[in-house]
Design a binder for this molecule. Structure first.
Ligand code: SF4
Length: 370
């Protein structure tokens, strides 16, 4: 089993908080698609014959692609890889790119799951974040997708936005639930120096929301979604029963995946590769970089991915992979975190309690191999 990821790094407008690799040079999209098709052909043996179970178009903004462009990527993939066991094909979309015709056509080419980047249902908050859609467009996009037959929809929300907690956050949660989507990803806003928000913060025009307030917003979300039968299965992800994201699950479970496009990452079970983070360089055919994973890398990655999930880390599975010495080392490090009640052990499983998930990075890194 394996997954394939297609990275479309173009955006019409740059969001105030965005620190991803993306560019506004949309005119290069046709050349990029050709280069991506070439990459699929060239890397036809990367997955060593494993059948592709999940396909994922991420970005950037994949919904800027025409249906023909998306289809050419999917058709090229089907010619070079075993796609007979597909379980999920997701496309990230901006609400203002979606119309009934485009949605129908997406279904026709095999996209069965949409990830709609909404972030907030408050127009003031959307303007602050420099999003290019309104709340009304976001609601319309979800309803149009449902009318087109999409029954596996996920939306993104952001909390911890200065000035838009409290009632504004509550309204976004209400609206998300009212729309009847199957999956919600909720991210805490982090203000990175190189972003517009970072510049505003440096000038004193924006003040980061206090950690305690962010925690309250997160706990409010958690309560509301839990009441609505959403299962909190990973730090940022909630799903109705049967609707967990399968493609993202590949990353958390160490399943191989091939990443196509500028800045896309790949993992073949032994090593990681990443493509150049430049549309120009990528189209010219610049080679990817590669890193062979050491045992220590694997241990750290295992700890990080498992502790991000609500199921947590199974100690017997950890021991089976890395040996009893490493298990003893992990248990010794875990004792300190357990004493501080930042980690719990139930039977033979370690997990981070919900109220500490927002600071999970520091807990997880304290358990890394020496
Ligand atoms: S649409 Fe996504 S990738 Fe593009 S600028 Fe906004 S957050 Fe970044």
């Amino acid at each position: 089993m394996a997954g394939i990821y297609y990275h479309i790094p173009f955006c019409k407008r740059i969001c105030s908080y965005c620190d991803f690799y993306r560019t506004a040079q949309i005119g290069r999209l046709p050349q990029l698609i050709e280069a991506m098709c070439r990459e699929i052909e060239q890397r036809h043996d990367y997955l060593r014959g494993e059948p592709i179970r999940t396909r994922y178009f991420g970005g950037g903004t994949p919904s800027l692609c025409t249906i023909e462009q998306l289809k050419s990527l999917l058709d090229t993939t089907a010619r070079h890889f075993d796609c007979t066991g597909l379980e999920e094909s997701t496309l990230e979309a901006n609400p203002d790119d979606l119309n009934p015709q485009y949605l129908n056509d997406l279904r026709t080419i095999g996209i069965d799951r949409l990830s709609i980047g909404i972030q907030s249902f408050d127009d003031g908050c959307l303007r602050l974040m420099n999003r290019r859609h309104t709340a009304a467009q976001a609601i319309r996009a979800v309803k149009d997708a449902q009318a087109a037959g999409f029954d596996n929809l996920t939306i993104d929300l952001i909390f911890g936005v200065p000035g838009y907690g409290g009632a504004a956050w509550e309204r976004s949660i209400d609206q998300a639930l009212e729309l009847g989507v199957q999956h919600i990803s909720a991210y805490l806003l982090t203000i990175e120096p190189r972003t517009r928000f970072g510049v505003m913060a440096a000038k004193g025009e924006l003040t980061e929301v206090a950690d305690t307030v962010c925690e309250e917003e997160f706990m409010r979300l958690h309560e509301r979604l839990s009441e609505a039968r959403f299962d909190h299965y990973e730090i940022s992800n909630y799903a109705l029963p049967g609707y967990r994201a399968r493609h993202n699950g590949n990353y958390w479970q160490g399943i191989p995946y091939l990443g196509i496009g500028p800045a896309a990452h790949s993992f073949d079970g032994d090593s990681r590769q990443w493509n150049v983070a430049s549309v120009e360089g990528y189209i010219k055919g610049q080679s990817p970089e590669q890193e062979k994973l050491t045992t220590r890398n694997r241990i750290d990655e295992y700890i990080m991915t498992r502790l991000r999930t609500v199921e947590g880390l199974s100690l017997p599975d950890f021991e089976a992979r890395f040996g009893s010495g490493e298990r003893k080392r992990l248990e010794a490090d875990a004792r300190q975190e357990m004493a501080a009640e930042r980690l719990i052990q139930t039977d033979e499983r370690l997990s981070i309690p919900i109220e500490h998930l927002l600071v999970s990075d520091s807990i997880i890194s304290s358990l890394f191999a020496d």
